[in-house]
Design a protein around this ligand. Structure first.
Ligand SMILES: [Zn+2]
Length: 366
């Protein structure tokens, strides 16, 4: 199973079939080109797909809904809403009910209830339409090239149900410089403190932390496992606050190159993560993985709770009895996250290093 990233094939090339019957006018029959957006038009990973399910980095199920499901959901829309959401219409300026809404909360897709924008990114653009400078989470909003009305614009749609939302322009405020111009009719506002519908909630996830040498390779391997939603490279287990890669290499920080894994426990267990971890690193070489030497390359497991601590301890003691390790002592450090301290995310250029640069670290086995 290969984890799919839009960035692997290039943002512009992420062609996805959508329910064409729902669009009136342009684009015509065929497929609609969509591309994912982050706060700034970045190209790093935003979604992961495994076993036919696509998750956003924030842990939401953003699997594209079927035309049948969209038709079902569309039954609840008023004719005016349908004209905007399904037929790509635009409400008149200064007429939408959410234009002047200043309450704290989240703006959901009116059709499928995926969180699309947060009140913290709303600003007064003076245009007469609700405006935001970034989506709620990377991967939740997609763009479609809109050639209607003699213009070329970036239409924005819900990434899960393709509901028409509005357009995005590059004249927004800092930090993104983007202006997401919305129709109020495409959104449902839920005020902070109110219960969100189930379809607006992320899936229940857990977090795991592993250090096993160069994090480029470890991140890459874990990314490819079905049920793993996101992997971030960073530093953990040391003394220095806010360490840089340079600190890790040249100073005695005590940190290990560590990956933080967000996973869906319904589809991959913590034990299965441990099994994979022990297959692609050598837990018997103290402060070393292959050619990489130093305590930043030590083998370590930082456990998020008691259940993980027990699973890790029993897994290691089982492994020690196997033929693979009977003459080699496992030196993997096991510490709770309370003992290990904060996880510091590594510099951006370390994230998705293999996706961006190709190649592979010399990891043992497999
Ligand atoms: Zn939607």
């Amino acid at each position: 199973m290969t984890l799919f990233h839009y960035s692997m094939i290039g943002i512009a090339a992420a062609a996805v079939s959508v329910a064409v019957c729902l669009f009136r006018g342009e684009p015509p029959a065929g497929t609609v080109e969509t591309s994912e957006i982050t706060g700034v038009k970045a190209s790093t990973k935003q979604t992961g797909t495994s076993a036919g399910v696509t998750f956003s980095k924030a842990g939401y199920d953003i699997t594209r809904l079927s035309p049948q499901r969209i038709d079902e959901l569309a039954k609840k829309l008023t004719p005016e809403e349908a004209d905007i959401i399904l037929a790509r219409g635009t409400e008149r300026a200064f007429c939408g009910n959410l234009l002047d809404n200043k309450k704290d909360g989240v703006y959901l897709c009116r059709l499928c209830e995926l969180p699309l924008f947060g009140s913290d990114a709303k600003f007064n653009s003076g245009t007469g339409w609700p405006s935001f400078f970034k989506p709620y989470a990377p991967g939740h909003v997609a763009t479609v090239v809109d050639r209607s009305h003699g213009m070329i614009r970036d239409e924005i749609v819900c990434a899960r149900c393709t509901a028409h939302l509005g357009h995005v322009f590059e004249d927004g405020p800092k930090p993104t410089g983007l202006r997401f111009c919305l129709n109020s009719a495409s959104l449902t506002f839920v005020e902070k403190g109110q219960e969100l519908p189930d379809s607006a909630k992320p899936i229940p996830t857990q977090t795991a932390y592993f250090a096993g040498g160069c994090f480029w390779g470890v991140e890459d391997r874990f990314q490819q496992l079905p049920g793993v939603i996101d992997v971030v490279s960073g530093y953990m287990g040391g003394r220095t606050e806010n360490p840089t890669y340079r600190d890790i290499c040249y100073k005695d920080t005590g940190h290990a190159e560590t990956v933080k894994i967000l996973f869906d426990p319904a589809r991959i267990t913590y034990r299965q993560l441990l099994e994979r971890f022990f297959r692609f690193h050598d837990p018997t070489t103290l402060n070393r993985q292959g050619p990489d030497v130093g305590d930043q390359y030590r083998s370590a497991i930082f456990t998020a709770d008691d259940a993980q601590a027990q699973t890790a301890a029993s897994f290691i003691s089982e492994q020690q009895q196997t033929d693979r390790f009977k003459s080699r002592k496992i030196v993997t450090q096991v510490k709770s996250v309370q003992e290990a301290g904060k996880f510091y995310e590594a510099e951006e250029y370390h994230q998705d290093y293999h996706l961006k640069n190709g190649g592979h670290c010399a990891l043992p086995e497999e």
